[in-house]
Design a protein around this ligand. Structure first.
Ligand SMILES: [Zn+2]
Length: 367
């Protein structure tokens, strides 16, 4: 069975890509755009695999070439993503050995558990030395593949200099070279980059898409799958993270924060900030997810109480509901605002500032 069948909710994109493969018209540069966690990277990887697969049912995932793609170790796969400053050399080696260990770990995780979030210890972007390395590598002839595949993930994290260095290659990649950019923020890409790519939109995933995927995992009941699918809000990576997280402590921290916000307890919030200073970047990402859940619970109280996640908090939720009866209509906007906060975290912003913004913005609902 072709691995394309495993990708959910992206029939439109897959149709374009399959047609390109079957008519042997694949070529040049593509931009896959759409929200986080909906399969852009996986589709890019599978597309590259399919073009090089030795089976009729491409990408088979089993042939020699496919297996090398799946482990992200194929010599003709060039994979660029935002990293700290590793000081890339033109041959792909790098000078910063300690950061290099994080780099290796990222690739390992991307291959084995692609849905898990990963944070580097320093600010990430796609730097000019990485793009120079890519340009050099695609100028060499292929090692063993029919098509060289370059995947540039989160291409919007290229600065202007880097993007400009990339333009010529993007416009006319060497024959049998495919460049695949992915981005959840295409409006942050230079127009000159956008105009050189074939743009392929990726859909937001539905609750059903995510629920079906979760139900294929063992030991999960339909009601739990549906709940996680709702909380994940179209993001498959997040759904899979929620499924495997042991999150009791984080849930409690989020409830504490929610109470500080709804009570607008400035002093308590200040203590919360101090207590949690210096936590790793993943901490805030995870806290925000649980805060979203806690807020969504308020919105579910009246019409969909079966969707409340923190059922042990039902009494408090009920009190809140009566105290602020109109709040549930505005909650969804705030859940979206928290989505944006998640995106900002990728850019290595100051965590404390994000928390203060959350406290002030959501607190306005409860004044
Ligand atoms: Zn194969």
């Amino acid at each position: 069975m072709s691995l394309f069948n495993k990708i959910r909710g992206q029939n439109r994109a897959l149709k374009i890509l399959k047609t390109a493969i079957h008519t042997k018209k694949a070529g040049g540069s593509y931009l896959f755009y759409g929200s986080d966690g909906i399969g852009k990277f996986t589709t890019a990887l599978y597309f590259g695999m399919a073009l090089n697969c030795e089976s009729d049912d491409a990408p088979c995932g089993k042939c020699n070439s496919c297996r090398k793609f799946l482990s992200i170790s194929h010599p003709d796969l060039i994979y660029l993503f935002p990293t700290p400053n590793l000081k890339f050399q033109i041959d792909g080696s790098f000078k910063e050995q300690k950061l290099g260990e994080e780099y290796t770990k990222f690739i390992e995780q991307r291959s084995n558990y692609p849905w898990q979030s990963f944070s580097f210890s320093q600010k990430v972007e796609i730097r000019i030395d990485a793009v120079r390395m890519l340009i050099h590598k695609i100028s060499l002839s292929a090692h063993e593949a029919k098509y060289k595949i370059c995947i540039v993930q989160d291409a919007d994290l290229m600065n202007n200099n880097t993007a400009n260095a990339f333009l010529k290659t993007l416009e006319e990649p060497p024959p049998n070279t495919i460049i695949l950019l992915t981005s959840c923020r295409p409006d942050f890409l230079l127009p000159t980059i956008l105009s050189r790519c074939q743009k392929i939109p990726f859909n937001q995933l539905s609750v059903n898409d995510i629920q079906s995927e979760l139900l294929e995992k063992q030991g999960i009941e339909a009601s739990q799958a549906r709940l996680i699918a709702r909380v994940a809000n179209g993001n498959m990576e997040r759904a899979l993270q929620l499924l495997e997280e042991d999150d009791t402590q984080m849930r409690e921290t989020a409830i504490t924060l929610k109470e500080l916000i709804t009570n607008q307890d400035d002093l308590g919030f200040y203590e919360f900030l101090t207590r949690n200073k210096g936590n790793p970047p993943d901490w805030l990402a995870s806290l925000i997810i649980h805060l979203q859940i806690a807020l969504a619970d308020l919105a579910f109280f009246e019409h969909n109480p079966e969707f409340i996640v923190n059922i042990d908090q039902t009494n408090i939720i009920e009190t809140m509901y009566h105290k602020y009866p109109a709040v549930d209509e505005k909650i969804l906007d705030h859940v979206r605002f928290l989505e944006d906060c998640q995106k900002k975290l990728k850019g290595n912003v100051n965590q404390q500032l994000i928390l203060i913004e959350i406290y002030n913005r959501i607190g306005k609902l409860f004044k």
